[in-house]
Write a new protein. Sequence first.
Lengths: 145, 84
Amino acid sequence: MILVDITESVLDPLAALEHCSSDAHGAADLFIGRVRNLNDGRSVTAVSYDLHPQLCRNIFNEICTEALAQWGESINVYLVHRQGRLDVGEASVITAVSSGHRDDSFKACRYLIEQMKVRAPIWKQEHYTDGDSEWIKGHALRTGD
Amino acid sequence: MNQSINVRLFGAFRQGNPESSLTVEIPEGGRVTDLRQAMESALPDDNARSLLKASAFATDSAVLDDHDIVPDREISILPPVCGG
């Protein structure tokens, strides 16, 4: 069972674990990405997340479907990303997986976050204590010349 | 004959562009390479043109290859991504 979303609301780890729950699942794995106060030696106060909502949902669904194909159709997967301006310490993304045994949950949960970072159309602009802001360089989606 | 394409801007392309889109002209039935060329002329500065080289174009459902025919009148330009 797949649940993906984009939201301006505060992320809820308990909602992720509620989705990733089944009497047949002996394992659940949860990852939370949070805004850090330091990047490349610069003191960060907040991060603004810009994203392409429709395409983002499509890519999230693709990634989750791949996880089910790899670790079994019976696993539950959850991938939700925040948009808008987030302060240091706030959660920007939650991925979660439940499965019969822990190895599948660990691997699938890591797959979700790693794939999301290089494939989902999401951009972040860091805001610094000196008042400056900068768009962070990322992973190019361009495939051909 | 030309067609107008509305290109939605994201991420660093919004820097210095208060509007969230640009309109460019490409030949009817043109490809993503034509769109890339049109964007090169439409973008305001060298930083944006440099970012264009690393950027992809997409519909609301898929990322396009440079050889694809532009399928819609509204296309998004996607600079390198960094979610999480």
